[in-house]
Ligand binder design. Structure first.
Ligand code: HPA
Length: 247
């Protein structure tokens, strides 16, 4: 089953015909909200709003372990994450959709592994390519099939938040090789890998990152909502196409 984790601007999926809601409990606590089960096109889908349905859980407080464990518990095998980001590169302006291929993790203090505690043997995962190639390809193909422009590849910098970055921090992220910056990509991607779930993301550029483009002197929150609203309609289109055929 396909899981979709919706971020800021995507707390509901209008294309999902919901037939069941379930509150699941996991050994790591409860996910951000009830899991919504339904169908999009030819596929069974489970949807989870990462920040809760009322958008009340900030990025550093999201229980990523419970979210991933909960999705696996109900039978998800693939996870598409939708996440809003700031664009660092000057060709990645507001409204751009991008399927990242790499991650740099700058978060701290988050519970970032399932393998902890006295009973758990030391476990390492391969994370050379943090996103699943097959699922990335399927997202890119779906976008191409409906003529939706989407950028193939980019380095996602995961910052701690909830504050946005300084202009100097964005310069540093760029020197590190980052193309977009967001607050929720990690540890979500690593936990999905630990759980054996194929994971890929659609990054939705909500704003130019601090000090870039029209954010040269500050980030204008007023326009972000409208940008995300319009972009999420396009994301729904990609997801509908992704689900048009059976998995
Ligand atoms: N920085 C970090 N996370 C974000 C941003 C940003 O500029 N925009 C949306 N999520």
């Amino acid at each position: 089953m396909l899981a979709i984790i919706g971020g800021s601007g995507l707390t509901q999926l209008s294309s999902l015909e919901v037939n069941r809601r379930e509150i699941v409990r996991t050994p790591y606590g409860e996910p951000s909200g009830a899991l919504l089960f339904g169908r999009i096109g030819a596929q069974d889908v489970v949807f989870l709003a990462r920040h809760g349905f009322g958008h009340t859980i900030p990025p550093h407080d999201v229980n990523y372990c419970a979210n991933i464990a909960g999705l696996r518990q109900v039978g998800a095998t693939r996870v598409v994450s939708v996440a809003s980001v700031g664009g660092i590169r000057n060709d990645l302006g507001p409204g751009t959709l991008l399927v990242p291929h790499q991650i740099i993790d700058y978060t701290w203090g988050r519970k970032m592994t399932f393998h902890e505690g006295a009973d758990s043997p030391v476990t390492h995962i391969d994370f050379t390519d943090p996103y699943d190639a097959g699922l990335r390809g399927a997202l890119l193909d779906a976008a191409a099939a409906i003529g939706e422009p989407i950028v193939d590849g980019g380095v996602y910098a995961a910052t701690q938040g909830p504050r946005l970055e300084t202009a100097a921090e964005i310069n540093r992220l760029e020197r590190d090789g980052a193309d977009v910056v967001g607050m929720t990509g990690m540890p979500e991607a690593a936990l999905a890998r630990e759980a054996g779930l194929a994971y890929a993301a659609i990054a939705v550029v909500a704003n130019f990152a601090a000090g870039r483009g029209e954010s040269a002197h500050g980030i204008e929150f007023a326009t972000i909502e409208a940008t995300l609203h319009a972009a999420m309609a396009r994301v729904r289109g990609v997801l509908s196409r992704l689900c048009q055929a059976p998995a």
